[in-house]
Every structure is written in structure tokens, then in C-alpha cells.
Design a binder for this molecule. Structure first.
Ligand code: ZN
Length: 263
């Protein structure tokens, strides 16, 4: 246990270099009472769900992808390959890289992290299974990480929010608040603009995605940028940008869970 304080942790979570926390109740109490909250315990006792969209092996198993699943409103494919840049850098790889950086940042803040996949060479799981993994973990909040395959002329990120459909009814309001935190943090930290071709001011609601339809925890999906666009592709394939995106998502999660606002 450390008594070292890092009072600016909420404003700059990406600077955290701490190892996983083993917080004692005394530390936690002090953290709650003091503005100089320890970075190592900022997210102690919180569970965060991370779903890196698609998987690197999906390209090789169309039969698996074509399996029909119930997404909460209709039948659809189990998953898709995801998109890629003009040079062939895959969305699955981008999603997994950002997820891995994000996992590291969150663990450094004391969080328990649940991932829906643990590498980028496998197939699946189906989008329904991804939702179940996070629901069963009773995550405090969750993020689906993607990048879009929009028109090559279009740029920017969009945050996709759920629409009430029964299973997700109780988390619609919280997901909207989290979506606002994600939008603000991405604008603040990443240099990626709001989408100029999809959604409005970086936000849109979607009622046709299993990950949002079936969630019982606050969750949004982010399209971090548009892979077919030349400028966005330069950012999306850069490790520095991927780390900034992870830092932004960390800031949004901290803001959402501690009511300290990121933007
Ligand atoms: Zn995707």
C-alpha cells in the first residue's frame, strides 16, 4: 500500500504509472474524504467492461460470422470482420490495441477490468456473448471500441448510445451521461474531431446493435474515427494516438464513476 498522493489523477489519468492496487479500507476512506485521492485507488472496487470490436481471425471464418443471433430486436450475424484502412490496417487490430492501453490505464487506477477478448488472432466471440460477458460481470460501466468504415471523404469520431428496448431500460440515462463524458474527453485528449458525416455533434442513438440492446450496465460504443479516410487513418494507426484514445476513455470513465468531469 502506498500513501503517495496524486491529486491531479482525475484531470490526467494517462499519467498514472502505478501498479494494480490492493487498497485497504483505510486508504479508500481517506481517498473519499480527501481531494488528494491516490491514483492507485481512484477506481478501486470498480469493474470496467471493455469490448474491442471484431477479432483478427474473423476474416478466416465466415461460417462462424454468419451464425444468426438475436440482438434484442432482430436476428443478425454473430459478428463481422470489421473495416480497415486503405493500406490494410485492420479495425480489429486498432480496437484491440486501444483496449489493451485502456486496460493498463484502468488497472493502474485500481480497477477490475473485464475484456471480451484477450488477443487479436482468434475468432469472435459473437456480439451477444460479448454483451453477456460484461453483463454477468456487473460492470459499473462499459465501452465497446470500434472504428468506422464510412465514406473516404468523411472524418471524425461518433459515440453510439442505446435506445430503451426492455433489457437495457434501466441504463439508458446513465449511458447517455457516460456518452457525454466520452465525447468531452475524446475532444479534449485525442485531436480527433467529431464526425462530419455520421451522427450529430459526435453523438447518435442506435437500436440495432446487440452490444447496446442487451446491456444491463451503462455502456456506449465509440467509432474512434473513419478508417477509409486518409487523415483519420494516419491517426488511427499511430500508437501515440491509440494511447491518447485510451487516455481519453480512462478520463471519461473516471469522470463518470467519480462525478469529476473530464471535459
Ligand atoms: Zn466495428
Amino acid at each position: 500500500m502506498s500513501t503517495r498522493s496524486a491529486g491531479n489523477a482525475a484531470a490526467d489519468p494517462g499519467s498514472a504509472t502505478a501498479s494494480p492496487a490492493t487498497a485497504s479500507p483505510a486508504t479508500a476512506n481517506r481517498a473519499t474524504a480527501s481531494p488528494a485521492t491516490s491514483a492507485r485507488t481512484l477506481l478501486a472496487r470498480k469493474t470496467i467492461g471493455i469490448d474491442p470490436g471484431h477479432d483478427g481471425g474473423n476474416f478466416h471464418d465466415p461460417a462462424f460470422l454468419n451464425k444468426q443471433i438475436w440482438n434484442g430486436r432482430e436476428y443478425e450475424n454473430c459478428d463481422t470482420t470489421g473495416t480497415q484502412t486503405a493500406a490494410g490496417y485492420t479495425e480489429a487490430r486498432f480496437n484491440f490495441n486501444v483496449a489493451s492501453y485502456l486496460r493498463g490505464d484502468l488497472v493502474a487506477l485500481g480497477a477490475h477490468v473485464v475484456m471480451t477478448r484477450h488477443g487479436n488472432s482468434g475468432v469472435g466471440p459473437c456480439v451477444t456473448t460479448r454483451a453477456e460477458i460484461i453483463d454477468r460481470a456487473h460492470a459499473n460501466v462499459a465501452i465497446d471500441i470500434h472504428a468506422d468504415g464510412g465514406p473516404p471523404s468523411g472524418r471524425g469520431f461518433t459515440v453510439l448510445e442505446p435506445v430503451a428496448d426492455g433489457p437495457n431500460d434501466k441504463v439508458i440515462g446513465a449511458s447517455g451521461r457516460f456518452g457525454a463524458d466520452v465525447r468531452a474527453a475524446v475532444l479534449k485528449y485525442t485531436g480527433m474531431p467529431e464526425s462530419d458525416y455520421y451522427g450529430r455533434e459526435g453523438l447518435i442513438t442506435r437500436n440495432d446493435l446487440a452490444g447496446l440492446n442487451l446491456t444491463t450496465v451503462p455502456k456506449v460504443l465509440i467509432e474512434c474515427g473513419n478508417m477509409p479516410n486518409r487523415i483519420d487513418a494516419r491517426l488511427l494507426t499511430s500508437p501515440a494516438f491509440q494511447q491518447r484514445m485510451a487516455r481519453a476513455l480512462t478520463a471519461a470513465i473516471v469522470a463518470f464513476l467519480t462525478a469529476r468531469h473530464a471535459g
